[in-house]
Design a protein around this ligand. Structure first.
Ligand code: NAP
Length: 414
């Protein structure tokens, strides 16, 4: 495909999908969106680390060919004021795997949020957020080493679908009249009204991805997190459809928590994943009081959003929490924090969130040895007390360094 402003590197090859699997060449073309604000600093630092880890692991036999694609402020200067050019979507569809820095949402622009737009247009229905603690990272938990969970948040439905009408508008009044007169609903005059769609299709594809991940990565449970005691036909249905897809598609690999006690006396049989569910509010407590009991979590959009940030706080906060938005095959990995505009070009912030999103990307393309090398080098760097300002202010004997110096320290430890 020909592009106006995207330069496709000629020393790389495309990642393709064969059957249901990604086929990754030794020199894959991976896309990146630099991001606004601190995007330049963290993307530059992280790319140095990813490239060095690939070189150190495969000695030149494998190499990433980076292809820059555009969104946000950089796009607007290149595409004449367009913050979200169409060819960015085309490039993600063609090249399948990419990573992005944070994006400013232009106030009063055509889009509600560039991130939401990317997710919706590319139908990136699973937002995946691993939450694990690295020794040396300041944490509010007594035993942060017990926190090791991966959240699969549904990305396309729920109250995020944007189906809502402002109080006082004719549309709102029409809907209010219908709900009162034809559906027998009662609510206060002048209420804003929103719709929360949750479907079997949206739920099952999300929960199936979470279970497949648990199987592939050797996790022992998948917990459906929902508010089904109150919202029976949306959150409650999420729970019901989640159990259904576990039986229908993964019956050989899964048992329910009920079956664990009824049939196995509480002893988890080898090779089986336990599917359980928890109501969202108690899940927030349990994630702090008994985190070791949970590994993979699957949640509808809004609860998954809250849960992702709350759990990230347990292991060091947004400066280090990585994430990915994944469709059936397309994977767009991303820093989970924003553009932190006051730190733009100061070479100051923590590159951890983007760095570990890239580590997830290396795992996604099957380059696990390089990903593991970064985990180990990062831990060594922390053990040397070398950190950026955000961790330094929570530690007694930190050696505070710039973003670029932190990257150099990790590379030296590879
Ligand atoms: P933010 O950019 O995440 O920054 C909030 C604070 O979090 C920063 O001031 C800083 O705290 C800390 N922080 C963020 N990234 C950090 C890093 N890499 N290292 C260390 N500390 C970090 O949130 P915001 O100020 O609410 O949003 C700014 C812009 O980002 C908005 O335009 C928003 O729309 C956008 N945004 C984009 C995304 C995305 O692209 N995925 C996500 C969220 C927000 P201290 O001040 O305490 O040092």
């Amino acid at each position: 495909m020909a592009y106006d402003n995207i330069v496709v590197p000629n020393d790389g090859e495309k990642v393709t999908v064969v059957g249901d699997e990604l086929k990754v060449p030794d020199n894959p073309i991976l896309a990146f969106i630099e991001g606004d604000g601190i995007g330049y600093d963290i993307m530059t630092a992280s790319k140095r680390i990813w490239d060095a880890a690939v070189q150190a692991t495969y000695g030149g036999q494998r190499k990433i060919s980076w292809m820059e694609i555009y969104a946000g402020e950089k796009a607007s200067t290149i595409y004449d004021g367009n913050y979200m050019p169409e060819e960015t979507f085309d490039a993600m569809r063609e090249f399948i795997v990419g990573i992005k820095g944070p994006l400013t949402t232009p106030v009063g622009g055509g889009f509600r949020s560039l991130n939401v737009t990317l997710r919706q247009v590319l139908d990136l229905y699973a937002c995946v957020r691993p939450v694990r603690w690295y020794e040396g990272v300041p944490s509010p938990m007594k035993n942060p080493q017990d926190v090791n969970m991966v959240i699969f948040r549904e990305n396309t439905e729920d109250v995020y679908a944007g189906i809502e009408w402002e109080a006082g508008t004719p549309e709102n009044e029409k809907l209010a009249k219908f709900l009162r007169e034809e559906m027998g609903a009662t609510f206060f005059e002048g209420a804003g009204l929103g719709i929360k769609p949750i479907s079997a299709f949206g739920t099952k594809r999300l929960v199936a991805k979470a279970i497949q991940y648990a199987i592939d990565e050797g996790h022992d449970s998948v917990t459906l997190v929902h508010k089904g005691n109150i919202q029976k036909f949306t959150e409650g249905a999420f729970r019901k459809w989640g159990y259904e897809v576990a039986k229908e598609r993964f019956g050989d690999y899964t048992i329910t928590e009920q079956e664990l006690w009824d049939d196995y006396d509480g002893h988890q049989p080898e090779g089986k994943i336990v599917i359980k569910d928890r109501i969202a509010d108690i899940m927030f407590q349990l994630s702090q009081l008994r985190p070791a009991e949970f590994s993979v979590l699957a949640a509808p959009n809004l609860n998954g959003d809250y849960l992702s940030d709350a759990l990230a706080a347990e292991v060091g906060g947004m400066g280090i929490a990585p994430g990915a938005n994944i469709a059936d095959h397309i994977g767009l990995f991303e820093a989970t924090h924003g553009t932190a505009p006051k730190y733009t070009n100061l070479d100051k912030v923590n590159p951890g969130s983007l760095l570990f999103s890239g580590v997830m990307m290396l795992e996604y393309i099957g380059w696990r040895e390089a990903a593991d090398k970064i985990h180990t080098a990062y831990q060594k760097t922390l053990a040397q007390n070398i950190v950026t300002y955000d961790f330094a202010r929570q530690m007694d004997d930190a050696k505070e360094v710039k973003t670029s110096e932190f990257a150099s320290a990790v590379i030296a430890n590879l």
